[in-house]
Design a protein around this ligand. Structure first.
Ligand code: PBG
Length: 336
């Protein structure tokens, strides 16, 4: 066989490897940073007291009653994590999800308890009805069609958001994917005097199989059908930009893309479209995949988890909501 060149003769003029030679060079020239303060720790708060219920598909996470939050908050604080995202698990559900705006429900009680203990922690409350409705959908059902009724749901979401702001939430995060939910919540908050409460809009939320473990954790799987009539189709990108623009116009203070890992292109495109801070949610299924592979010894968990978080930051997310928040903050402190 005839060769056209001899490898020994190749002398690259440009050698990117020069800048990768030492750990110090690599650290100095790193383009993307990950800090504990950029991570948001999700918490599942369950009604009642004296309990924690481990979530099987999300090792390391549990549903906690309000009186069990103390140890968790101490850890978060020590690790330099600045924000938590709250989800509620009520004892009873009904067709309208009225537990969502009950001022003595788990989320308002948790917010008040957190603000008493750690006043400076940024408290974000997820605003949706699916954890509170007996049918598991994110809004009210139309009596005639059985479909989720958009406009009738808006008032209820605004009511829930106001209840969380009343309790002391810094930020409310509407995740129901109803049209006009940001405008309705902004108006409701302003009417209630909560002009300082910010809105983190789940602007781009896909109908995703990766929410599976969350639905176990929050006991919020729909009892019939699915969420494809309100959450987005996985193949759509232009529609994501449209959703992001609408939420910005409606008064969102920050936007979110969810899930994160399978949608890095969407994070990048939304980042390019808006000057608002952008969050990305590494959801329950993304966490469960990494955990499961790590448990089998198939991947190196710290390295794989940190790589996935750095990728989300590199795509353009300012904040990353992740079930790895505590572990990642620990690994950062250890220099992983
Ligand atoms: C509520 C909500 C969901 C998630 C966050 N908020 C579930 C859903 O839409 O079914 C999923 C988060 C996760 O999977 O970690 N609507």
């Amino acid at each position: 066989m005839e060769t056209l060149w001899t490898p020994a003769a190749v002398k690259p003029r440009v050698r990117p490897r020069r800048l990768r030679r030492t750990a110090q060079l690599r650290e100095a020239l790193g383009e993307t940073t990950l800090r504990a303060a950029q991570l948001v720790h999700p918490l599942f708060v369950r009604e009642g007291s004296g309990g924690d219920w481990p979530i099987a598909s999300m090792p390391g996470h549990a549903q906690l009653t309000v009186d069990r939050l103390d140890a968790e908050l101490g850890e978060i604080d020590a690790l330099g994590i600045r924000s938590v995202l709250l989800f509620g698990i009520p004892d009873a559900k009904d067709p309208s999800g009225s537990g969502a705006w009950n001022p003595s429900g788990p989320v308002p009680r948790a917010i008040a308890a957190i603000k008493r203990r750690s006043p400076s922690l940024v408290v974000i409350a997820d605003v949706c009805l699916c954890e509170y409705t007996s049918h598991g959908h994110c809004g009210l059902l139309d009596d005639v069609t059985g479909a989720v009724s958009n406009d009738a749901t808006l008032t209820l979401l605004a009511q829930a958001a106001a209840a969380y702001a009343d309790a002391g939430a810094d930020i409310v995060a509407p995740s129901a994917m109803m049209d006009g939910q940001v405008a309705a919540i902004r108006a409701g908050l302003d009417d209630a005097g909560h002009t300082d409460a910010a809105i983190l809009a789940y602007a781009v939320k896909y109908a995703s199989a990766f929410y599976g473990p969350f639905r176990e954790a929050a006991q919020s799987a729909p009892t019939f059908g699915d969420r494809r009539a309100y959450q987005m189709h996985a193949g759509n990108a232009r529609e994501a930009l449209r959703e992001a623009r609408l939420d910005e116009e409606e008064g969102a203070d920050m936007l979110m893309v969810k899930p994160a890992g399978p949608y890095l292109d969407i994070i990048q495109r939304v980042r390019a479209e808006t000057d608002l801070p952008l969050a990305a949610y590494q959801v329950s299924g993304e966490y469960a995949m990494l955990k499961a592979a790590a448990e089998r010894g198939w991947i190196d968990e710290p390295r794989a988890a940190m790589e996935s978080l750095l990728g989300i930051r590199r795509a353009g997310a300012d904040l990353v909501i992740t079930y790895y928040a505590k572990a990642a903050a620990r690994w950062l402190a250890e220099g992983v």
